[in-house]
Design a protein around this ligand. Structure first.
Ligand code: MF3
Ligand code: CO
Length: 277
């Protein structure tokens, strides 16, 4: 069942998203070679609790951490660990916050130090594909229009692998609501998008093959060929004309640009392209 949100609901969801933004931006300030993803997880959880939120993922279907932190060939649902991050790693951080009865849930991929042009392009195209999907998230379209826009840009244009096993989702009082929001599909198919629907759009894009497998921890999803994968996620409300983005990357990108241990070359390229459009 799809739950449509009132303006009052949206106000609360924006606040949950704001706490996600604060936590992700603190992680963006913290990341550097030598730290562990468990430390980043603890930091994110602290920021969430300091802002009167509860980590949505903790204990969700038995998930044991506040965040999912997925490094390099890990696509999503990576366990924070004592592994030390190093130069050249790409790190996807996915966070959910439950506050005042509603969830915010979004993700961002960071790069540490020197990364190849190839990996920079993967990050840039994945982030751009998210915005291409969001452009289609308006009243009158269908879920398949979002799905097609993401797949067409990443898979057909750039030859990347679009993960089939995991999809975006409705979001609200529950972390996962209807409808499912795949990153692959046909235009004009699937549920109709109507005003007041709130969805999490989250392209998970592999540099190589689309196939994935579950690691022995039962959660971490990895690419079959061991090549890197990127993940960006926003929460949007369907409106007439243009989707409203409830989440924001603003503080995260500012922190990313200011952290000299993070590689933000790809980010400058994305911003340039958005200006040119
Ligand atoms: N953003 C992820 C998703 O929508 C949330 C992780 S699920 C959890 O599937 F189980 F790890 F919480
Ligand atoms: Co999600």
């Amino acid at each position: 069942m799809i739950h449509y949100k009132s303006n009052a609901d949206l106000e609360i969801m924006r606040e949950s998203c704001r706490v996600v933004e604060l936590a992700l931006s603190e992680v963006a300030k913290f990341l550097k070679p030598g730290v562990t993803t468990k430390q980043a997880d603890k930091l994110a959880e602290q920021v969430i609790r300091d802002n009167k939120g509860v980590p949505s993922f903790l204990n969700y279907r038995g998930y044991p951490f506040a965040s999912c932190i997925s490094v390099n060939d890990a696509v999503v649902h990576g366990f924070p660990s004592n592994d030390v991050l190093k130069d050249g790693d790409i790190v996807s951080v996915d966070l959910g916050v439950f506050k005042n009865g509603f969830h915010g849930d979004y993700a961002y991929t960071f790069a540490l130090g020197e990364i190849s042009e190839e990996v920079q392009q993967l990050m840039r195209i994945t982030k751009e594909s998210l915005y291409k999907g969001i452009e289609k998230a308006h009243h009158g379209n269908r879920i398949g229009d979002i799905a097609f826009a993401i797949q067409d840009y990443t898979e057909r244009k750039y030859g990347y692998g679009v993960v089939r096993e995991l999809v975006g989702h409705g979001l609200g009082r529950s972390l996962h609501e209807d409808p499912q929001v795949p990153n692959f599909g046909k235009r004009g198919t699937g549920p109709k998008l109507k005003e007041g629907m709130t969805i999490a759009i989250e392209p998970m894009i592999n540099m190589g093959v689309k196939e994935v497998y579950y690691d022995t921890d039962g959660w971490t999803v990895r690419t079959k060929d061991g090549k890197p994968s990127a993940h960006y996620e926003h929460n949007v409300c369907v409106k007439k004309g243009k989707a409203e983005i409830l989440s924001s990357f603003k503080l995260i990108e500012e922190a990313e640009l200011a952290n000299e241990n993070l590689n933000s070359k790809y980010l400058q390229a994305v911003q340039q392209e958005l200006v040119e459009q």
